[in-house]
Design a protein around this ligand. Structure first.
Ligand SMILES: C[S@@+](CC[C@H](N)C(=O)[O-])C[C@H]1O[C@@H](n2cnc3c(N)ncnc32)[C@H](O)[C@@H]1O
Length: 237
């Protein structure tokens, strides 16, 4: 049983909000865009060093998208379980993993709220650019689920768009952000960011800190870049 049966009043995380990652075009566009603006192999290496991943470790990635990070991660550990609510993303990721001969990744169609890990406890859980798909109440439920799926002392790495409480004027801040973006990205990145702000659920840094701690984690390291990109290294208490 890999997907939980949830009560009727539960948030339906399988419905895409903002960018539609169930669209075939978006899957290809996302993979191309991320490949051009990120060094994902480098990101995986840095994260594995930071959380001290060992070859015998089992890692859960939530919201694996086109699978690039899971593939890189699988080179450092025994097994990666990679979840996504978009079957289109998973199909693309699975094909890519097969082509690259990575056999220690299991792709599963489920998310923060619906994944049933059974008796399995992970050494680490990682999620990047995904938690903002849930409203704040459900972020806490998701973070508690993550905490319960970790071994004692297990590590949780979270990267997401989280807005800094130091920003005083958001109109000014966003118009500057969009003006500066085309120098480092193309128009599609700017459009995606606009849709993100308008329709997705990125929250404030002080809210996110509270949610993480409420869910039973200690924040060991925290980095915030450009007022919107936050990374948290957390330990299960
Ligand atoms: C912006 S992409 C990030 C993909 C990848 N983690 C990365 O860093 O490039 C967001 C992904 O999260 C997935 N997603 C959205 N809501 C989710 C949820 N509740 N649980 C798991 N995955 C979710 C989407 O289908 C999409 O593939």
């Amino acid at each position: 049983m890999l997907m939980k049966k949830l009560p009727e009043w539960y948030y339906d995380e399988l419905i895409q909000v903002g960018t539609d990652y169930e669209s075939e075009d978006e899957v290809l566009n996302y993979d191309r865009k991320m490949g051009s603006i990120r060094n994902i192999a480098g990101e995986a290496e840095t994260m594995c060093k930071l959380i001290d991943i060992q070859p015998e470790n089992e890692i859960l990635e939530i919201g694996c998208g086109t699978g690039e990070f899971s593939i890189e991660l699988s080179k450092y550990c025994k097994k990666v379980t990679a979840l996504d609510i978009s079957q289109k993303m998973l199909d693309f990721a699975e094909k890519k993993a097969k082509f690259r001969q990575r056999e220690n990744i299991k792709f599963i169609n489920a998310g923060f709220l619906t994944f049933d890990s059974g008796e399995t406890k992970y050494d680490a859980v990682v999620t990047q650019l995904v938690l903002h798909h849930l409203p704040d109440f459900w972020k806490l439920i998701a973070l508690k689920n993550i905490n319960s799926m970790l071994k004692e002392g297990g590590k949780f790495f979270l990267k997401d768009v989280v807005f800094s409480s130091e920003i005083q004027d958001f109109d000014e801040y966003f118009s500057q952000l969009f003006q500066n973006m085309p120098t480092e990205a193309d128009d599609k990145v700017v459009e995606a960011m606009k849709l993100h702000i308008k329709e997705e659920y990125s929250t404030f840094d002080w809210t996110m800190k509270g949610l993480i701690e409420q869910a039973g984690f200690k924040i060991e390291e925290y980095v915030h870049k450009k007022g919107f990109m936050a990374t948290y290294l957390c330990i299960k208490q």
